[in-house]
Write a protein that binds this ligand. Structure first.
Ligand SMILES: NC(=O)c1ccc[n+]([C@@H]2O[C@H](COP(=O)([O-])OP(=O)(O)OC[C@H]3O[C@@H](n4cnc5c(N)ncnc54)[C@H](O)[C@@H]3O)[C@@H](O)[C@H]2O)c1
Length: 366
């Protein structure tokens, strides 16, 4: 199988791990060019990782060898950049969220279908050892029939560590659109689609103060909710609660717990590819640490792109799909809509759970 030429648009903070994995580690893909609105930044990234070309967005899109574009721009640009890539005949894989609005995301999906190209979306942590093992344990019946789940991402926001934290407080980000995709992609790939949503969302502080070195003391106006609480009804019968917050100093809550008719499972941080999985069944006196059954325990961001490239060659569905990323976007919007409108929201989107990765499937398997 030949290595697929991929381009990256957006050479900021997260681009280095994509370059390490997609250019230097995975065999099925390589990065043929990187682009940014700031061309000098793209050239610097190209030089740093030994990529042939650092260039403008238009130059990258004009390269006929590039089949897939990885879109690592800020959320507000996800839609515009993806639509340009699709118009140029490329498949596109967006960082999360898929887009800011549902309309933009729908346009992306329908245009891709018309053009015969694919849409994929982050996160791909659900393909990692932690969440693939969790899924196998649920599917094998270790906790019986899932009846509920809780998901928590409670922190004090990224203005203390991210070099350019402004976008986190604009529409398309906030804790739910920024971190919710990890939790909701994990939950939907473990439990299936959500069909009803409720929630409450608030802006707890009108502005934030940057406390990292670069723009220390600068104020960011907050234009999106920063403490968001959702209730999710899954089509298969389970009910979950999720809290995402940039407003909490300290918490002792776990990342993700799944409750089944026969026991409880503690799921690792869905923002990571691995971690500890524990199960305690009805009669057990202790938690039992479960061994990982799957590969990709290391930081494998870009694995969803690799799977998409191989899926195109093998003419099969890819796992980190536009449909999955759209369902997650729809859930996140519905939580905010429910809060605004004071009612439950019925969802029209859905998913078929992506095929699990085979056990033992590693980098050589792709
Ligand atoms: N930083 C992280 O830890 C992290 C982790 C996972 C996912 N993400 C996601 O990755 C994406 C990028 O995050 P980041 O932290 O790298 O942001 P960043 O601000 O560090 O980088 C974004 C880059 O995109 C470029 N850009 C913006 N608009 C553009 C446009 N229209 N055309 C071309 N280039 C454009 C900017 O110049 C910048 O170099 C976001 O969607 C974010 O949610 C970030």
């Amino acid at each position: 199988m030949s290595s697929t030429a991929v381009g990256i648009i957006g050479c900021g903070n997260i681009s280095s791990i994509y370059l390490q994995n997609c250019h230097q580690r995975f065999r099925g893909i390589h990065i043929a060019a990187v682009a940014d609105i700031d061309v000098a930044r793209a050239q610097a990234r190209a030089a740093e990782f030994g990529v042939a070309k650092g260039c403008s967005v238009d130059e990258l899109l004009a390269d006929p060898n590039i089949k897939i574009v990885i879109n690592l721009t800020v959320p507000a640009a996800h839609g515009e950049v993806a639509l340009k890539a699709i118009a140029a005949g490329k498949s596109v894989y967006n960082e999360k969220p898929l887009a800011v609005t549902r309309a933009e995301a729908q346009q992306m999906l329908s245009m891709a279908e018309a053009k015969g190209v694919r849409v994929g979306g982050a996160p791909d942590t659900f393909l990692g050892a932690g969440l693939q093992t969790s899924r196998k344990l649920i599917d094998d019946g270790w906790i019986g029939k899932p009846i509920g789940a809780t998901a928590f991402m409670l922190g004090r926001g990224p203005e203390g560590w991210h070099p350019n934290p402004y976008f986190f407080y604009q529409p398309g980000a906030g804790p739910m659109f920024d971190m919710g995709p990890y939790y909701l992609t994990a939950l939907t790939t473990l439990l299936g689609p959500v069909n009803r949503v409720s929630g409450s969302a608030q802006v707890s502080f009108a502005e934030r103060t940057i406390t990292n070195n670069l723009n220390y003391g600068d104020k960011i106006p907050v234009n999106t909710p920063t403490h968001v609480v959702g209730v999710l009804d899954f089509a298969a019968g389970a009910v979950a609660s999720i809290i995402t917050s940039f407003d909490v100093w300290h918490s002792t809550l776990p990342w993700l717990e799944i409750y089944g008719s026969e026991g409880t499972m503690l799921v690792p941080d869905p923002n990571n590819f691995s971690g500890s999985i524990k199960i305690r069944r009805g009669g057990d006196s202790e938690w039992r640490e479960m061994p990982l059954s799957h590969s990709f325990a290391e930081n494998s961001r870009g694995l969803g792109v690799l799977d998409m490239a191989v899926a195109i060659q093998e003419n099969r569905p890819h796992r980190a799909s536009g449909q999955l990323a759209y369902h997650v976007l729809d859930i996140m919007h519905a939580i905010h809509d429910a809060s605004r409108e004071g009612r439950h929201m019925q969802l029209t989107s859905g998913i078929e759970r992506p095929a699990p990765l085979p056990m033992g499937m590693d980098n050589k398997g792709f």
